[in-house]
Design a protein around this ligand. Sequence first.
Ligand code: SF4
Ligand code: SF4
Length: 307
Amino acid sequence: MNLSPKDKLKFKANPAKYIEVEIKRYAAGSPLNRLPDYDNEPVIEEPLVGFANGYDPIFDEFKKDSVIGGFHLTPLEAFKFYSEKQDKPAVTSQPAALSVISVGFTLPRKTRLSNRPKSRMAAPKWRYAYGLAFMLMSETLSHVVSLLESAGHRAVAPVCTRPMSFPIIRDGLPYADWSEKHAAYAAGMGTFGLNTSLITPSGISAHLGSLITDLAIRATPRTYDNLHAYCLHFRDGSCGKCASHCPSGAVNTLSFRAKKCLDYTMNDLQKLSRELEGELKPPDHPMCALCQIRVPCEACIPAAKSA
Ligand code: SF4
Ligand code: SF4
């Protein structure tokens, strides 16, 4: 894309504002943001956007084994690594500025309500919207990368790498070397819940994506001081709804056992889905997500009882 002289001026005057407005405008107008089987309702709500300084020491914290592990890349490492993976020119020197732009897409109320009160897996409309939201995320991030490149900057969105890969296997589980959830946490977008999903101001069921650029952007302030600040369980020991909904025992008040979640969704859920809905036509596939449905953090930061 080419920025018009007028847009270049607007971009230079306030890059954060320009990018945020452009992300919202682009996502709202994309044909992917429609549910053709449901009266063309929008797939997502207005996107959330946050910015982090790529040299923020918080990214070094993520390398600790108690958070993610040494295999997790800093923004500079990811900038170099994913530029190469996407056949962009090599990053040969350290940029003076580095920023992470994080984007969150959440599903609208009508789609969330399609999950009936006693549902045993995510409803067809919810699954359909979830899949489209992922494609829309990739498309929107590619658009912003191209916008930044046309303004003379370098940018790369790890999630747009094809084929996608999870290069780290730990305890039989695949891990990415760039965590979108942690990038969003660093960019002031939310904190982790008991089920390890990110609780954002628009709720926990969020598709998250990010890009890294050598553009200097003022970071979004983090209005929390710990990884779990928004979760009621970590705040006052209450709630635990996500744990009580979880059919596999993966979510409990002591730990999150990702292997149990994976085993359940790969095995038991497939059988349950056939029993409830017969064979699903690809790309539709069974999704559990009961830990994100009808919980106090489904669509907001939950308020503590005493609040
Ligand atoms: S359902 Fe309750 S315990 Fe679970 S993540 Fe949300 S606020 Fe935390
Ligand atoms: S997706 Fe389902 S099985 Fe996995 S943690 Fe959430 S509720 Fe449990």
